[in-house]
Design a protein around this ligand. Structure first.
Ligand SMILES: [Zn+2]
Length: 277
């Protein structure tokens, strides 16, 4: 099992306790800079330099504007399928390095989605909830699925509830195609195999691996979704301690979060290698 050493974990815990003490301000973890803002992955003997990581619940739940956050940067169109996407700066520089190595091997990444805040995710969720957007099999959920829990579970096959998405964190990106089958042959398979082999070197791993005994809960497999684990692991750890189903609110169907157990089953229902022991 992988072991990660968080040099500044103590700072995070201390600050997060304060954040949970009733204040609604976002708390910047400036201690990270003073302890050099590094994460050491002891199994890989790798060190990653990080920008300050905000571990407040507001940040974890995507209740901020990435375009106005100094730790975020817009993804250049060279790497993306459209302008206007934002990502954490430390994640972006790791991605740019990885992209340049991949291009030497004939692999070309295209970012299809990066940071999405609560409001953006709410739009995705409610369009599916109301049937404005059909889900992957063409179903309009307002017509086929009146039961709220069942309706939410159908959306949760591939989409997060607002407030519970890793895309809120600026650490996660969707690459090239939203179809698992694209990654099973030809160009897609070459790209996926390259990422599996080389992604971790740059800090990228797949959180939504195949479902099975190892990963019984959570979203279906997403071969396109890659996570910058040096930051995302910290935020996963904080979420496991402080994010509660009852906090997930403010959109159609939010009352199902507690019945489903969204934090345990979905936020923590990831590739077990990305969960710290
Ligand atoms: Zn994704």
């Amino acid at each position: 099992m992988r072991s990660i050493q968080f040099i500044f974990l103590l700072g995070i815990v201390v600050f997060n306790h304060q954040a949970c003490g009733g204040t609604t301000d976002r708390k910047k973890i400036t201690e990270i800079n003073s302890i050099e803002g590094m994460v050491v992955d002891t199994t890989k003997e790798k060190t990653f330099s990080l920008n300050p990581v905000d571990t407040s619940i507001q940040y974890i739940m995507g209740k901020f504007e990435p375009s106005e956050d100094s730790n975020f940067i817009e993804v250049d169109i060279y790497y993306a399928d459209r302008p206007g996407m934002f990502i954490r700066k430390d994640v972006y520089s790791a991605f740019v390095k990885m992209d340049s190595a991949a291009r030497e091997d004939g692999i070309v990444f295209q970012i299809r989605s990066a940071a999405r805040n609560f409001e953006y995710q709410k739009g995705i969720w409610e369009r599916k909830w109301t049937g404005k957007t059909t889900i992957e099999n063409g179903e309009k959920l307002n017509e086929t699925t009146p039961d709220p829990v069942q309706r939410a579970l159908k959306i949760l096959k591939y989409s997060s509830m607002p407030g519970s998405s890793r895309h809120h964190w600026g650490t996660d990106i969707d690459l090239n195609s939203f179809s698992n089958s694209w990654f099973e042959s030809g160009e897609g398979k070459r790209l996926y195999d390259w990422l599996e082999e080389n992604g971790p070197e740059y800090g990228f791993r797949q959180p939504y691996t195949a479902k099975g005994a190892e990963r019984p809960d959570g979203y279906n497999e997403e071969r396109w979704h890659w996570s910058f684990y040096p930051v995302a692991d910290i935020l996963t750890e904080v979420a496991s301690r402080h994010l509660k189903d009852s906090m997930i609110d403010g959109f159609k169907g939010a009352e199902t979060a507690t019945k489903i157990g969204v934090v345990k089953r979905y936020v923590l229902g990831i590739n077990p290698q990305l969960l710290t022991e």
